[in-house]
Design a protein around this ligand. Structure first.
Ligand code: NAD
Ligand code: TYD
Length: 354
């Protein structure tokens, strides 16, 4: 397939994953774009996330590794990309604690490989854009007060956040040293459809369905700021199109929840959806050993994005969570497929939460 002359050709990495699949769909539905999705299909990548758009004429999937410089170079030669939206990463903090080298490889070396190929191919960098999708976890951990702004100094504390911080630094270094046009956004915790059920919200939904225990780390007092994935995807498209080159944008929902409060809220919602007697799911809550080096609180100040680009979340947390629960209840096969086989074996071996 080839792109028409006036469409913008973009490379999206990690497009078969949770956030990436929503981002790919959004760009593919806009006929101004021709999208190449490069994804290695690790345990977190799933082409079922993209079945509805896989035959669109402005979309192509390429299975491959962002660390494979020859492959990335060939893709640049074949498509002469106008931009990259880079999401491919290892993304789960618990996995980074048991396997930090894999995180350095994909998140740091993978990003550096993309930067190097972009630099070498985009000799005339004007009108090109390297967009790195990052996390608020690079800023470290907050006490009870304050919010992360774009000016908060980096202070990553887990192997995952350290690898993302390192890749952010490399992106800025390429901007500063080689004048590579770039933009970075740092987002809070996402939730929604296609979320792999090792992260808190889909793990709880899956376990409640199966009447299995709900592991809450420590005392459940850690705080996260939750954003519906479609709102993140909308922010990403907006920043790609209208964000200023060389800038950083924080994305968040102004929606902080203490873990235990969220767990209880979700239990009650699931009871309603499953026609359970009130309180049934709460009985499954089990306090387990805390995560090593567990960051206490993340909270994002997203006012730059809302002032400059007029972005706002489109749903409340209550609405987003209900949509999410409905999606998981309607997509039992998806959940069965991703929680069977190799993943479950790995999960049970590495994450005994008792
Ligand atoms: P995910 O784990 O669901 O998906 C990652 C995708 O990247 C998968 O499809 C996987 O197959 C692919 N991938 C992994 N290694 C690869 C490699 N070497 N080459 C090519 N593809 C590879 O992750 P997600 O939650 O969708 O996160 C996407 C991005 O957004 C990540 O960069 C993450 O750091 C960032 N982010 C995530 C959150 C969140 O709450 N999930 C919040 C802020 C930022
Ligand atoms: P998670 O979804 O892994 O995202 P992150 O660590 O990137 O914020 O975890 C969200 C919060 O929930 C975090 O404070 C850890 C906690 N948590 C549990 O209490 N139990 C669990 O089984 C998981 C996966 C997370």
């Amino acid at each position: 397939m080839s792109s028409s002359n006036d469409s913008r050709r973009i490379l999206i990495t990690g497009g078969a994953g949770f956030i990436g699949s929503h981002v790919v769909r959004r760009f593919v539905k806009d006929s101004n774009y021709y999208v190449i999705n490069l994804d290695k299909l690790t345990y977190a990548g799933n082409l079922d996330n993209l079945r509805d758009i896989e035959n669109e004429s402005n979309y192509e999937f390429v299975k491959g590794d962002i660390c494979d410089e020859d492959l990335v170079h060939q893709l640049f030669k074949d498509h002469d990309f106008d931009g990259i939206v880079h999401l491919a990463a290892e993304s789960h903090v618990d996995r980074s604690i048991s396997n930090p080298l894999e995180f350095a490889q994909t998140n740091v070396i993978g990003t550096l490989t993309l930067l190097e190929v972009a630099k070498n191919n985009w000799k005339e960098g004007k009108n090109k854009l390297f967009y790195h999708i990052s996390t608020d976890e690079v800023y470290g951990s907050l006490d009870e007060e304050g919010l992360f702004t774009e000016k908060t100094p980096y202070d990553p504390k887990s192997p995952y956040s350290s690898s993302k911080a390192s890749s952010d630094h490399f992106v800025r270094a390429y901007g500063n040293t080689y004048e590579l046009p770039y933009v970075i956004s740092n987002c809070s915790n996402n939730y929604g459809p296609n979320h792999f059920p090792e992260k808190l919200i889909p793990l709880l939904i899956n376990n409640i369905k199966k009447k299995e225990s709900l592991p809450v780390y420590g005392k459940g007092e850690n705080i996260r700021d939750w954003l519906y994935v479609e709102d993140h995807a909308a922010a990403i498209k907006l920043i790609f199109e209208k964000g200023r080159s060389g800038e950083t944008y924080n994305i968040g929902g102004f929606n902080e929840w203490k873990n235990i409060d969220l767990v209880e809220f979700l239990c009650d919602l699931m009871d309603k959806k499953l026609d359970n007697e009130k309180g049934t799911s709460r009985k499954l809550i089990t306090f387990v050993k805390d995560r090593a080096g567990h960051d206490l609180r993340y909270a994002i100040d997203a006012s730059k994005l809302s002032k400059e680009l007029n972005w706002r979340p489109s749903v409340t947390f209550e609405e987003g969570l209900e949509k999410t629960v409905d999606w998981y209840l309607e997509n039992e096969k998806w959940l069965e497929d991703v929680t069977s086989g190799e993943y479950m074996k790995y999960y049970k071996e590495h994450y005994s939460k008792t």
